[in-house]
Design a protein around this ligand. Structure first.
Ligand SMILES: *[C@@H]1O[C@H](CO)[C@@H](O)[C@H](O)[C@H]1NC(C)=O
Ligand SMILES: *[C@@H]1O[C@H](CO)[C@@H](O)[C@H](O)[C@H]1NC(C)=O
Length: 341
């Protein structure tokens, strides 16, 4: 008995300072996760991880849903298309500055049979990256989790077709990312059933593993101090490509934060779009569904050099080019963000 407790006692203090997803909160209720150092809870929609620590090797299948085997559970949390859900990290006491990113994948064959560790299945729906002029809660997405409670809000894409999906929510700690393979990814997956949806089907996404390159000097192999010494928010580009199917309320985790609203990283689309296959396509009907909240916004006046498809081309505070590359049109998604689609 006493011996069986020893590993827990010895391991836990060493990993304090990291953390795990504690609850997933939706209109359907609060869904809790088992602690990483207890047995998995098959009745939780949150797939079990077995450590508070980061993914040991982010080029392996551990990066898909975190270390712990990526075992499907028997429960899916109902969520409505367009509703805002909360990823509750309990008490995230770490100081691991970096982006917070959320992806969604359709559970082909049902989530009971879906791991999402092969194919271009992960569609980024939200990210909060680095905004140098944001002081509350702080310039990085991870700083949102320093607030109490450690909530991160994400909107399920409006009009998304009903069905079973896997949400993949992740903190990327960059505090030791200047060392090869030092970037710390903390992904967690939640099985959901989308209801009240529409006709929006997911575009092609990115593969995980496969999209996080240890030699990516824009987003993975980076020196935190160098980014923070550079006043340009264009300096840091989150891995995994841009948000390709925005949630509709903006791309920061907490809509009520006190600072100036910041758009998602301006240049991430243009510079990181190589990780998103150029065959990705959103039907025009899809765009209209997602963009419906801002029908009163006027299209930006075209100026500047062409922005690649999926790049930002407008929004409150935007000073960059408003011209989209041939084959895409600058589309207003919300007050803060227009995107070449
Ligand atoms: C397992 O998860 C469900 C759903 O979140 C929760 O109601 C239940 O209390 C959890 N059980 C344990 C033992 O943690
Ligand atoms: C990263 O770069 C190093 C040095 O050039 C190389 O040895 C290594 O194979 C690269 N890793 C990947 C995953 O490309």
């Amino acid at each position: 008995m006493i011996y069986s407790l020893l590993p827990l006692i010895l391991v836990a203090p060493a990993v304090w300072g990291h953390g795990q997803l504690r609850n997933f909160i939706a209109s359907s209720g609060t869904w809790s996760a088992a602690d990483a150092y207890t047995t998995a809870n098959a009745s939780s929609p949150i797939r079990h991880v077995n450590t508070y620590g980061p993914v040991p090797d982010f080029t392996t299948a551990d990066v898909t849903c975190g270390p712990g085997g990526n075992i499907p559970t028997t429960v899916l949390a109902p969520v409505k298309a367009g509703e805002t859900v909360i990823f509750d990290w309990g008490s995230w006491t770490s100081d691991h500055p970096g982006p917070v990113m959320t992806y969604i994948a359709a559970c082909t064959g049902g989530c009971a049979n879906f791991k999402g560790d092969t194919g271009n299945v992960w569609v980024k729906i939200d990210q909060d990256v680095y905004y140098p002029d944001r002081t509350t809660p702080g310039p990085w997405g991870e700083h949102i989790l320093h607030l109490t409670p450690s909530y991160y809000q994400v909107t399920i894409p409006a009009g998304l077709a009903d069905g079973e999906y896997l949400l993949r929510h992740e903190i990327l700690g960059l505090h030791v990312a200047g060392t090869y393979m030092g970037a710390q990814f903390y992904p967690q997956c939640v099985q959901v059933t989308v209801t009240n949806g529409g006709s929006v089907t997911l575009p092609q996404g990115v593969p995980l593993p496969g999209s996080y390159n240890p030699n990516d000097t824009s987003g993975v192999l980076v020196q935190l101090w160098q980014i923070e010494a550079n006043p340009s928010q264009l300096y840091y580009i989150a891995p995994g490509g841009p948000v390709v199917l925005p949630g509709g309320t903006g791309d920061w985790g907490r809509a009520t934060y006190a600072g100036t609203p910041q758009p998602p990283l301006a240049s991430s689309s243009a510079s990181a779009s190589s990780t998103v296959a150029s065959t990705t396509s959103l039907a025009s009907s899809t765009v209209i569904t997602v963009a419906s909240p801002s029908s009163t916004s006027t299209a930006p006046v075209a100026s500047g050099s062409a922005i690649a498809k999926y790049g930002q081309c407008g929004g409150q505070g935007w000073t960059g080019s408003t011209v989209c590359a041939a084959g895409s049109t600058c589309t207003t998604l919300n007050t803060y963000y227009s995107q070449c689609l």
